[in-house]
Design a protein around this ligand. Structure first.
Ligand SMILES: [Zn+2]
Length: 527
């Protein structure tokens, strides 16, 4: 009887839990609501979504447009609130943006839908098949800027009456001529944001930086317009400045820019060399296989003009990382028709795109040439001449080493402490100093040995002994008492390194009674 009651109570508890869980996973984002929404309403939906999943989502308003609409980023990661500056190198960052062109109204909603799908899959693992969203989010941050151009979005959807301030409304009408406001790509100023980015790339052949923006086609619109006008100067617009600033904040491994112009993928940024192009092409092929969108092997318009000032070019020129313009929807009616929303999203598997790209860039790993600016890691490059050019441009330095970068550089040096001089000491950027265990102990007359069977380092003198277990880096003394070290020992270049505090204690000297003299090249460890 007792057993029965327990089982009954347990099943009641499970029932309660699952009913709560499915209630908790109700949808905030729907295509119908998104289709009808103004940028303000879309922002409210985003706030609601983020508030519902604080463990995984956070929202940051990056700035406000001329018409006072927020441009914001949503970050998606496991324990997203648990931030450290070392996330710059310890997490894989991917940037996804949409809504640069006002009339391409489907993508901002598609991006919010992706975010909700990822969160649901994280909790229920049922939304997306064959992708381990949970594992990906533990080691990554996906950054979404769902709506870069909210002013253009509203004007395309609701006409100029969406500009409630009458003075601003007549200003807009006077500077952006044309009746077809639903076809607007530009922002309030009549600037096409995807022609407004700085477009300055390093040409490795002639070894100079080339400013494409200055050489843009004279035939392009030369005054504010519904589309095609790049502005008075590159980066003249607040929207482009906001995105550009965000690009500098993280070491993004790839950039996906969603637009709507006929189910194609633009990837060809030839100016950056074959190495870069082949990496970009691989990702473009991957996205093409998922979505069934065709690759467009050109950066020239239908009229044959060389187009400049794209967000993707800006990102690629700055960081030499893959950047794709993904054009959704075949129907070119603008603003995008509701009937195309769900089929486009589902049939072209758009939710898989950022996840598969993230998986691919993780497999790809880091490139050998690391650029540091003021002693802090900036980004990595595959080719030395590009690395040198970017470093020079941003007043940094290039170092070559394989694998994941350290955020800061540590220094190698000689440590004098008490009567001892120890070579191969390391001082971290935080000031922490480490010394090689073996030379420290042998200098003090200990026999140091390593037992491969037990994976233990043993230091023994006639009266004393220390033991370090290398599987958990726990240190014990001769009485088998654990020695608490503020920082764990670690192995560098085959040497077991222990803290200065341990050395000082062993020598019976004050911890600050040392001298550290720099020797040789920096060490790439975050200490
Ligand atoms: Zn577009």
């Amino acid at each position: 009887m007792k057993k029965f009651i327990t089982i009954f109570l347990l099943s009641l508890a499970i029932f309660k839990l699952t009913s709560q869980l499915s209630f908790g996973l109700d949808k905030v984002i729907s295509f119908e609501a998104g289709y009808a929404a103004s940028s303000e309403q879309l922002f409210e939906m985003t706030e609601k979504l983020v508030a519902k999943y604080p463990y995984l989502l956070e929202l940051e308003v990056l700035g406000k447009t001329k018409l006072n609409n927020p441009i914001y980023a949503v970050r998606l990661s496991y324990r997203v609130f648990d931030k450290s500056e070392f996330d710059y190198v310890e997490k894989t960052h991917l940037l996804v943006e949409a809504g640069t062109h006002g009339r391409e109204t489907f993508n901002p909603i598609a991006v919010l839908k992706m975010i909700e799908d990822y969160v649901h899959d994280y909790y229920a693992d049922s939304t997306l098949t064959d992708v381990d969203v949970r594992a990906l989010l533990k080691t990554s941050v996906i950054h979404f800027i769902p709506l870069v151009n909210p002013d253009g979005f509203n004007i395309s959807k609701f006409g100029t009456s969406s500009i409630s301030d009458l003075e601003l409304r007549s200003l807009f009408i006077s500077q952006v001529e044309g009746q077809l406001y639903h076809r607007i790509k530009s922002n309030f100023n009549g600037v096409d944001l995807n022609r407004n980015y700085e477009d300055r790339y390093y040409d490795a052949v002639s070894q100079v930086w080339v400013d494409q923006w200055a050489q843009r086609n004279e035939d392009e619109a030369l005054q504010p317009a519904l589309s095609g006008y790049g502005g008075e100067n590159p980066m003249s617009e607040l929207e482009t400045q906001i995105v550009a600033n965000y690009i500098e904040r993280y070491d993004f491994r790839a950039f996906l820019d969603f637009h709507s112009m006929g189910r194609v993928i633009y990837y060809r940024i030839t100016a950056l060399g074959t190495n870069y192009l082949s990496r970009n092409e691989q990702l473009a092929n991957l996205v093409s296989r998922i979505t069934d969108y065709k690759l467009r092997d050109t950066s020239v318009s239908n009229e044959g003009e060389v187009l400049v000032g794209y967000a993707t070019s800006y990102f690629a020129n700055r960081k030499l990382k893959p950047a794709l313009t993904i054009e959704t929807t075949a129907d070119l009616t603008f603003p995008t028709l509701l009937s195309t929303y769900e089929p486009e999203y589902i049939e072209h598997k758009l939710a898989y795109v950022p996840l598969r790209v993230l998986e691919a860039v993780k497999v790809r790993g880091y490139l050998p040439y690391k650029i540091y600016i003021s002693g802090k890691y900036y980004t990595d490059v595959s080719n030395l001449s590009y690395a040198k050019a970017i470093a020079l441009d941003r007043k940094g330095e290039v170092f070559q080493y394989a694998g994941r970068p350290s955020l800061y550089m540590s220094q190698r040096g000689e440590l004098q402490i008490g009567n001892l001089i120890l070579k191969d000491a390391i001082r971290g950027a935080s000031g922490a100093i480490y010394v090689p265990f073996k030379s420290l102990l042998s200098n003090l007359g200990y026999e140091v040995s390593f037992d491969q069977q037990t994976f233990q380092v043993l230091a023994q003198s006639q009266t004393d002994s220390y033991q370090v277990n290398l599987s958990d880096f726990e240190m014990t003394d001769k009485n088998d008492d654990t020695i608490e070290l503020e920082v764990s020992p670690f192995i560098y270049e085959g040497r077991l390194m222990v803290t200065l505090a341990f050395a000082a204690q062993l020598l019976g000297v004050a911890e600050n009674a040392y001298e550290f003299t720099l020797i040789g090249q920096p060490v790439f460890l975050d200490l």
